[in-house]
Design a protein. Structure first.
Length: 569
């Protein structure tokens, strides 16, 4: 029946002169190549062979229901709210008008009998169907029931005072932001700030950017490493928004010229979330950035980070060493802290004393002693590390090795019975060795102490809701197959609501693990250059970042473009 229905739509479009036999054959071939994951109408639109209006008008005729080009003037605003907004958005339907017990409903899937039965059950009405395009339905919905971001802004910004400056009404610290309805009862600014934080956490954002321009104010979220615009409040709200965030984070609201840093602790769904706030004065006002530190994203098991089976076994052997130094390298935002926190979580037990020195402490780890450096009072990494050695630690984590003194103490600690973890900013694993040598470490000490170096990057994962096979350009196919052999099927995300039309959802790590063998240790004592180390590591079988990334392309987890961008030299 399904196949007949597809052919019926195609034949009807041909009869109407909207499609040719050749184009129908092309569309059906494409549909088969994608495993019938798309309806024929979707394929025709994707290949730009037919417009949505042509397809919907033909479908309406096939199912013997009226087709209408609806607009906001057609729908009765009092009838639209008979169904929840979420339900209307999810199914792309629109209640148009109601006469006695008969509800006229605009749909773009007239064959979905189960949906019509559900609407009848929810409304208690007899349903009369009108076929319309998804575009028209969504546009009318937006007019009568604005989406959440528009609604919130309109509700927050009260223009009754003729455009007077907004002020901060309430200065109480909000401890739980889960219930937005309760928060809406307070100040409009409190409502807006709570809204921004709540939705940023819910959408998995790592940062909130509040950015003023000359006559505009925009709020952007960073999700999966990429920024996208969330909403645009009126520009005059900026002073009140920044003041509210400053009060929540314990900053000075009267200081608008100098940069300030602070923190906020909130609860959401009963779990604690830390927010790190940074403000800086710009040409058009203060820019505010809020970093979101969610324990669900940080305290994850090593199995979930993206290690291959063999590399995870090797990594667990490295971190299980009784002493030595282990380095995690990569640029800012590559997931180094998450990896180290996951390692410390796995190693933590009552039998060991784990201590960390960080700048700043990014997340509170239960059962682990964490110390934050404060260079203003002379409490530096090196000074903290010296004091820490008198605290009888078994495992030490140093947030970052920045200078010779810190590196010297860390390496010496690893040689005297401690297991030391730290991070460096280098492009790859062999580069971490030359970095230690360049900041003045003795080669024989590095050779003796180093247990392993893990280089990493984060790449975006293909959205599972809009994932489809495709054929990449020949040069990209060659790039992948040079690294991992023949690839049968390549995948990509075409974009959907779930992934904000990006084609990606979530991120995963790609890794390069260097474990020095005897030949490598001998080479280190000879003060090699980084190219010599890379060649030796490749000879010993090290899988580099690009090879690990291409293996994830072959597995259908990410795309070639993501890997090439993340591993560009």
């Amino acid at each position: 029946m399904i196949q007949n229905r597809r052919l019926q739509l195609g034949q009807m479009l041909i009869q109407h002169g909207a499609l040719s036999e050749e184009q129908l054959g092309q569309a059906l071939d494409y549909q088969r190549q994608t495993g019938n994951s798309l309806l024929l109408g979707e394929v025709l639109q994707k290949l730009q062979l037919c417009s949505e209006e042509q397809i919907m008008e033909t479908l309406a005729e096939g199912y013997e229901v009226p087709f209408a080009r609806i607009s906001p003037r057609v729908a009765d605003p009092k009838v639209i709210d008979v169904l929840p907004r979420e339900f209307l958005d999810k199914h792309t339907i629109l209640p148009l008008f109601k006469v006695k017990n008969r509800l006229t409903l605009a749909v773009n899937e007239p064959a979905n009998v189960f949906l019509l039965e559900e609407v009848a059950r929810m409304t208690g009405c007899e349903i009369l169907v009108v076929c319309a395009t998804a575009k028209d339905i969504k546009a009318t919905l937006e007019t009568h029931l604005p989406s959440a971001n528009v609604f919130v802004i309109d509700d927050i910004f009260d223009d009754r005072d003729g455009g007077g400056e907004l002020s901060l009404v309430e200065e109480r610290l909000v401890e739980d932001i889960t219930d937005l309805e309760a928060a809406a009862e307070g100040s409009p600014i409190i409502k807006l700030v709570n809204y921004l934080i709540f939705h940023a956490v819910r959408e998995g954002a790592s940062d909130i950017h509040i950015e003023p321009d000359e006559n505009a104010l925009r709020v952007r979220y960073r999700v999966d490493g990429a920024l996208f615009e969330k909403l645009r409040p009126p520009h005059k709200m900026l002073p009140a928004i920044s003041s509210r965030i400053k009060i929540m984070s314990g900053l000075d609201i009267s200081e608008r010229r100098l940069p300030q840093d602070g923190g906020i602790h909130v609860l959401m769904d009963g779990r604690p979330i830390d927010l790190r706030v940074s403000t800086m004065s710009g040409q058009h006002g203060e820019k505010v950035v809020v970093r979101i530190i969610d324990n669900r994203n940080i305290l994850v098991n090593l199995e979930k980070l993206g290690f291959s089976y063999e590399m995870l076994k090797q990594w667990r052997k490295v971190i299980g060493a009784p002493n030595g130094i282990v380095l995690v390298t990569g640029p800012t935002g590559s997931g180094k802290s998450t990896t180290i926190y996951s390692v410390l979580k796995e190693l933590n037990s009552e039998a060991v004393n784990i201590c960390t020195v960080e700048d700043p402490v990014e997340f509170n780890l239960p059962g682990i002693n964490q110390f934050q450096v404060n260079e203003k009072i002379g409490f530096t990494f090196a000074g903290a590390l010296r004091s820490l050695l008198r605290q009888d630690p078994d495992i030490i984590m140093v947030g970052e090795i920045r200078d010779h003194e810190t590196a010297q103490i860390a390496v010496q600690s690893s040689l005297t019975g401690h297991l030391v973890f730290s991070t460096l900013h280098t492009n790859d694993a062999p580069g971490a060795i030359t970095r230690l040598l360049n900041i003045g470490m003795e080669p024989y000490l590095v050779s003796a102490a180093l247990m392993g170096v893990l280089a990493q990057r984060l790449v975006r994962k293909i959205c599972t809701h809009c994932k489809e096979p495709y054929e990449p350009p020949a040069n990209l196919r060659r790039a992948v197959e040079r690294a991992v052999g023949t690839v049968e099927t390549f995948y990509r995300g075409v974009g959907c609501k779930k992934c904000r039309s990006s084609g990606y959802s979530g991120r995963i790590g790609i890794y390069e693990l260097l474990v020095p063998d005897d030949a490598m240790r001998d080479k280190i004592t000879a003060i090699p250059n980084v190219n010599e180390l890379r060649a030796l590591a490749a000879e010993s079988g090290m899988v580099n970042l690009r090879q690990d990334g291409m293996a994830k392309v072959k597995a259908g987890i990410t795309t070639v473009e993501e890997v090439l961008q993340a591993t560009a030299a």
